[in-house]
Design a protein around this ligand. Sequence first.
Ligand code: KIV
Ligand code: ZN
Length: 500
Amino acid sequence: MEKIIIFDTTLRDGEQAPGASMSSPQKLELAYQLEKLGVDVIEAGFPIASPDDFKAVEAISKNIKKSAVCGLARCIKADIVAAHNSLKKARHPRIHLFLATSKIHMQYKFRKAEDEILALAKSIMRLTRGLCADVEFSCEDATRTDRNFLYKVIEEVINLGAGTINIPDTVGYSYPQEVHSLVTGILNNVPNINKAVISIHCHDDLGMATANSLSAVLAGARQVHCTINGIGERAGNASLEEVVMAMKTRKDIFGDFYTGINTKNIYNVSRMVSGFTGFVVPPNKAVVGKNAFRHESGIHQDAVIKKSITYEIMDPREVGFSGAQLVMGKHSGRHALAKKLKDLGFVLSESKVNEIFTNFKALADKKKEVYDDDLIALAEEKTREGKKAYELISVRASTGTDITPSAAVAISYKKKTHTAESCGDGPVDACFKAVDKVTGLKGKLLDYRIEAVTSGKDALGEVNIKVQIKDKVLCGRSASTDIIEASVRAYLDAINKIST
Ligand code: KIV
Ligand code: ZN
């Protein structure tokens, strides 16, 4: 069996999605989870892009031991020096160079001819290889590049020590057969291609990123670039969970290949990425959407009970998705809860388990049935808790068709209780305005979403918000059986990210 190297670019191309920015601590936390997930290469950022990017790559380099850590660089000396410096502490550093090779890009972006681009690629390869043993070279817009020129560039950079040749479908324009023919062409026409790994990097502008990536694998690519939940520039990138699960599920086609991904961690990492970026996973998203394993029609439900393979091509547990399984009631004990949380993939201290147990008991009193998803929401709430500057003590809101919505909040800050009241356009708006009075900050709400964690009238409501405070866009998430309380907690979750 041959290994397919999984190169995760959630922290670089994924973060390039408009509005998906993550803080440095979040990036480090996600890198730990990606390592635990088993990705082979973590593209940690674009170090020249900003001091924050540089610091994040540096911190990830210092702390990640198993996965290779990669920094992106244009074919510009300053980029390469920044990438090299940020990767100094990495156990397995990789520099990822990219240079556009398509006529469209060379002409309009660079105003350079083929021979100039080739000369630049060669001189920059020499410089980079002198600083880093592991260099990946991307021919940007490869799928729209003249084939013979592409072969020439690839041959030259391999001669100069590029160990991985990445083929980006930068604008998501390609089609599976085309990608197959391109990779086959490279294998047949680049004389030294056996000295490098062919990699594929697909965007999803026409919804074909996963299909194109898989087609490249069948043609001979041995590394796939992907992101969690498929987030990325414009329509996004090939999604890790789809690529990995397609290979795992379609053994009849991909039986010769394997990946190092611990698929049981997929669902948790997916939740983490959506929580950090505020990009809510659509319910119908393949593999990680809430409905991906839910059967609504009676005919389907009946058949699944009789034999799950009638309508389930994957076992939901394979991706760590336990869905609507009934787990516990109010008589369940602490040990059972601790075991369940461990099975769900949470690594928690005893004191955190105790705190979750208290919340679980309170929830079990309010809800008749507590499901795995409820527990995940409770556990995530606790694992998100760092040092909280502001903590909600109580909230009261009144609203109606014939009254002005109003709210009162009590919040603890620096060990003192602060109270405020406000009116608003609705109860949530009134609450947020009351919170603003306490914090002295003015949050501009950019996005607000509420979703039931499980079904039923007593379901937990999970609120995800995106809010702009000063020049920062922050995400917050919280869940409660009371949606007003969840909203205020989500708002404070966002505010706490910039407050001390
Ligand atoms: O889409 C693209 O071409 C890229 C390169 C930097 C590899 O993201
Ligand atoms: Zn890209």
